[in-house]
Design a protein around this ligand. Structure first.
Ligand code: ZN
Ligand code: ZN
Ligand code: ZN
Ligand code: ZN
Length: 288
């Protein structure tokens, strides 16, 4: 880094983080650099955080397994780099030039990966998290701001789950059955209906009762529209009583950020064709 880079510290190259692979806005912390490389006098604002754009984000991934690099990172005598597990898998033979690898650390690259903080891709949906590049998947797989898509046909609205629930209440309330957690309600489902959208009145959480007609009867299950952190957050019961028979299922809803009509796959309630007129008792509970 030369002194020109210091004046560059006022750049603001941030902006909305999109999914394009070409360039990754990252937060670079000068204080993570050795004072030999970047003296204090050269950086009056030592510790100041700047935004930079990496035009080749692939450089942050192991060139062999393409997983994000994190220390220890090794290099062969010709400068090819590899993560520690790839060195083991390649029997310490550089896949590029066959020279030994796994004995010389690439400290410079380790410094780079340890000093980079990346912004969550869901920043535009309200996530303020920044994290080490190699923690990207760990965070983004469970990010509470993962966009969730409106299940109303041909709507296409997507936003964080709270905004989606508000959107649904204000735009599609007439197309949903309202209910409250822990209370049993009755649903009559026409044979032609493929699903029924349910919305919880207090918290706005959206669920969908799936309905498929199969050879042996009618199949029902419940999904939740929300972020992956809602996995195991709810339990539902479906019960159908007809004559002297009571059929019931109690299980957890599948969670989808982008729900699409589908045949119930895992747990579901099957009502035999001989049950003619019936209503389904539905009860959805929050798991505390
Ligand atoms: Zn690797
Ligand atoms: Zn090599
Ligand atoms: Zn996030
Ligand atoms: Zn909508």
């Amino acid at each position: 880094m030369d002194s020109d880079s210091v004046s560059a510290s006022t750049w603001d190259l941030g902006g909305l983080f999109d999914d394009k692979p070409e360039a990754i806005p990252v937060v670079l912390t000068f204080s993570d650099y050795d004072s030999d490389l970047c003296s204090e006098s050269a950086f009056n604002n030592k510790g100041e955080v700047i935004s930079v754009v990496l035009t080749d984000p692939d450089m942050l991934d192991c060139p062999i397994c393409v997983h994000p690099l994190c220390a220890p990172i090794y290099q062969c005598e010709h400068g090819h780099i590899a993560c520690s597990s790839c060195c083991v898998k390649a029997n310490n033979k550089c896949p590029s030039c066959c020279s030994p690898i796994g004995f010389i650390r690439c400290r410079a690259m380790e410094k780079v990966t340890e000093s980079l903080r990346i912004k969550c891709k869901n920043k535009r949906f309200g996530c303020k998290e920044t994290f080490l590049y190699h923690k990207k998947s760990e965070h983004e797989n469970t990010c509470p701001h993962t966009p969730c898509f409106c299940p109303a046909p041909s709507c296409g609205f997507a936003n964080s789950f709270k905004n989606l629930y508000n959107h649904f209440s204000s735009h599609h309330s007439s197309s949903a059955t309202l209910f409250t957690f822990d209370n049993i309600f009755l649903l009559g489902v026409e044979r032609s209906q493929k699903h029924v959208i349910l919305q919880e009145q207090n918290e706005g959480v959206i669920f969908i009762l799936n309905h498929v007609i199969q050879g042996h009867g009618r199949v029902f299950s419940v999904d939740c529209v929300g972020p992956s952190m809602f996995k195991d957050a709810f339990v539902y019961q479906l019960t159908v009583k007809c004559m002297k028979t009571c059929l019931s299922v109690e299980t957890v809803p599948e969670v989808y950020s982008k729900w699409q009509e589908h045949t119930p796959e895992y747990c579901y309630l099957t009502i035999p064709s001989c049950f003619s007129e019936f209503k389904i008792q539905v009860c959805i509970k929050k798991v505390v």
